[in-house]
Design a protein around this ligand. Sequence first.
Ligand SMILES: [Fe+2]
Length: 159
Amino acid sequence: MSAQTGLDAQPRHTDAAFLPRPPRYIALQCLKVGEGFCPTILWPIQIRRLSRKRPPILFNSRWVSTAAGHSPMYCYVAEDGEDGLRIRFDPLSMRLLPSSYWELHDVEIMLDEYTNRVECIWKEGALLIINNWTCLHARGEGAVASPSRVLRRWAVGVI
Ligand SMILES: [Fe+2]
């Protein structure tokens, strides 16, 4: 993601959305806070409400996921997996099929309907574990003013 965004704020995303089964958990640890303020933003999905309402735009819109070194893959934003409902979203590696009835903006609005935005403000040594299947995340603004900020990242539950 950072290879595409540089130090700018990132769009909310699932890590490794281009994999058939993205890692279940992402762990981030703050090694250095940096000079400025640069939070990680979380968008936990209201998963029970989503599984009850099942909006077609998230369950039926077809996407193609592409990433260097990986085969293109068709996918959906909301998918029923063997372990329950799973969200996959990354506007930098996923594109709606040209024949789609919906546009990216429509999907973003629907995601807003099923998420709350939470800011994670880092302290040195803090550890954040994100359920990558039910929570979108992104680096917020401020990385440019925090050149020494360092987060360590682990992907957990990769098959
Ligand atoms: Fe990420």
